[in-house]
Ligand binder design. Structure first.
Ligand code: MTE
Ligand code: MO
Length: 420
C-alpha cells in the first residue's frame, strides 16, 4: 500500500477548495456549468455503426481499425471483445487513446523537462527552470512497473443505459482501460536531484499538447496536481511502454505514469512540472475529476485519486451464442485499491452466481483474467453479470453513485447476449 494517507489529502484539498484557497487558475465553476450545458446532454452512441466505420479520430496517429476501436470524438475506445486474444499486457496497437485535443509529436532530441516552483530549493520560476533532457532521464536508474491506465469516465455510458441517468462526457463503454509495462525514471529521483524543499506539497505536470478549449472556454494546457507524497511513492516518468519507446499517442517521448489513480493523473507528453510549497489547482482537480451531485457535498467531493473496481466480459454487447453448446466466457476485472481476488458470474440476470476461475494472481495496479464455462439451455435473450471483489474488501455494487460527469462507474454490468 502507499504510505500516504490519501483520504487526509482529499479532505485537506476539499477544505481548501471550499475555503476559496484555490489559487486563481482556470475558469470558475459557473463557466464549467455553462460549458457542460452547452455540450448538451450525453447522447449514448452505439458501439458499432457510423462512428466506428470512420476509423479515424482527428489527432490520433496510430491506425484505428473498427474491429479494435470505437472512435469517440478525439478519443478511441478499445473494443473489449478484441482484448480476448491478448495476454496480460494490452498491445500498443489496441490500447485506448484519450486526447483532450490531439497528439503532438515533439522531437525527442529537442525535448526538455522543466522543473520549477516554490517547492524547489532554488525556487526558480518557469523561465529559469531546471531542465533535463532525455539522455539525463535515461541515465537515472530505470524502473519497470506493470500498471493499468484507466479513464475516470470508463463505463460512463452505463449510467444512462443501465441506470437511466443523464451524465456529461465521452460515453465510454468499458474499454477506456489498458495494462502496460511502463519503464522509466522515478519521479522521486528527478525531484530529489532537482532539490525538493521539505515543505513542498504538490507537483503539477503539464502536457505539451494544445490548450484544451471546451464550450468556448480556454482551460489552458492539460495539467493536474499530485500530492508530493504520491509523487515520491510510485510515479514514473516513462519513456517505454511494453518494451518499446513510447508511441506518439501515449505520450512520446515521456509521460507521467501514476499507478492506481485515475487516468488524467498520468500526463502525456510532459513538458514541465511545477513543484510547489502551496497547494496547486487546475481545472482538472477543481471542476473536472471531482464528483458533483446529490450524494456529494455542496460544491462537490474531493479531487479523484484512486480508481474504482470493474469487470468486463470479452464479448460484444448483444453477442449471439449458439444454444446447446459449451462456451468459455472470458473477461477481466480490476481495482485501484488492491488486487482482484474473487469474481462471481451469473448467466441468468443475477439470480444464481458461481465463482469464475482466475487465471492471474491478485495483482495491485493490474487486472486479473478469468473464465467460466457455460452451456446455455434455452434460447432467447440472456443477461451475463460479473462481480469482482478486491483485497481491500471492496465488491462491485448493484448500482453506481450518480454524479453529473459520470465518473467511477463501479456497478455490476448487465451484459446482454442472445442465445440461439
Ligand atoms: N497531456 C495530456 N495528458 C493526458 C491527457 C491529455 O489529453 N493530454 N489525457 C489524460 C486522460 S483523461 C487519460 S484517461 C489518459 C489516457 O492515456 P492514453 O491515451 O495513453 O490511453 O491520459 C491522460 N493524460
Ligand atoms: Mo481520462
Amino acid at each position: 500500500m502507499t504510505s500516504i494517507s490519501e483520504s487526509a489529502y482529499d479532505r485537506r484539498r476539499l477544505r481548501q477548495l471550499v475555503a476559496g484557497g484555490a489559487r486563481a487558475d482556470g475558469p470558475g465553476r459557473r463557466d464549467v456549468l455553462k460549458m457542460l450545458a452547452a455540450a448538451g446532454a450525453l447522447s449514448v452512441l452505439p458501439t458499432t455503426g457510423a462512428f466506428a466505420a470512420g476509423s479515424a479520430a482527428p489527432g490520433i496517429v496510430k491506425p484505428l481499425p473498427s474491429e479494435l476501436f470505437t472512435v469517440r470524438g478525439t478519443n478511441a475506445e478499445s473494443n473489449f471483445a478484441a482484448l480476448r486474444d491478448t495476454g496480460y499486457l494490452t498491445p500498443v496497437e489496441r490500447f485506448f487513446v484519450r486526447n483532450h485535443t490531439s497528439t503532438p509529436q515533439p522531437a525527442a532530441r529537442d525535448w526538455r523537462l522543466r522543473l520549477w516552483g516554490s517547492g524547489l530549493r532554488t525556487n526558480v520560476g518557469y523561465d529559469e527552470a531546471i531542465t533535463l533532457d532525455l539522455d539525463h532521464l535515461r541515465r537515472l536508474p530505470a524502473h519497470t512497473h506493470t500498471a493499468a491506465i484507466e479513464c475516470a469516465g470508463n463505463g460512463r455510458s452505463l449510467y444512462a443505459s443501465q441506470q437511466g441517468e443523464t451524465v456529461a462526457g465521452t460515453p465510454w463503454t468499458l474499454g477506456a482501460i489498458g495494462v502496460a509495462r511502463w519503464r522509466g525514471a522515478r519521479l522521486s529521483d528527478v525531484l530529489r536531484r532537482a532539490g525538493l524543499r521539505p515543505d513542498a506539497v504538490d507537483v503539477m505536470p503539464r502536457g505539451l499538447d494544445d490548450p484544451y478549449v471546451g464550450g468556448g472556454i480556454d482551460y489552458g494546457r492539460v495539467r493536474r496536481p499530485l500530492p508530493v507524497a504520491k509523487a515520491l511513492d510510485d510515479v514514473l516518468l516513462a519513456y517505454e511502454m511494453n518494451g518499446e519507446p513510447l508511441a506518439p499517442d501515449h505520450g512520446a517521448p515521456v509521460r507521467v505514469v501514476v499507478p492506481s489513480w485515475v487516468g488524467i493523473s498520468s500526463i502525456k507528453w510532459v513538458g514541465d512540472i511545477e513543484v510547489s510549497a502551496q497547494p496547486l489547482y487546475s481545472p482538472w482537480n477543481t471542476e473536472f475529476y471531482r464528483m458533483f451531485g446529490p450524494a456529494f457535498p455542496e460544491g462537490g467531493g474531493p479531487p479523484l485519486t484512486r480508481q474504482t473496481l470493474k469487470s468486463a466480459f470479452e464479448l460484444p454487447f448483444g453477442a449471439r451464442l449458439a444454444a446447446g453448446a459449451t462456451h468459455r466466457l472470458t473477461g477481466r476485472s480490476w481495482s485501484g485499491a488492491g488486487g482482484v481476488c474473487r469474481v462471481e458470474v451469473s448467466t441468468d440476470g443475477g439470480v444464481r452466481w458461481r465463482h469464475a476461475h482466475l487465471w492471474d494472481e491478485p495483482r495491485r495496479d493490474g487486472w486479473v483474467r478469468w473464465s467460466v464455462d457455460w452451456r446455455p439451455a434455452g434460447v432467447g435473450p440472456a443477461l451475463l453479470l460479473a462481480r469482482a471483489s478486491d483485497t481491500a474488501g471492496r465488491t462491485q455494487p448493484d448500482r453506481a453513485t450518480f454524479n453529473t460527469q459520470g465518473y467511477l462507474f463501479d456497478a455490476v454490468v448487465r451484459h446482454p447476449v442472445t442465445i440461439g
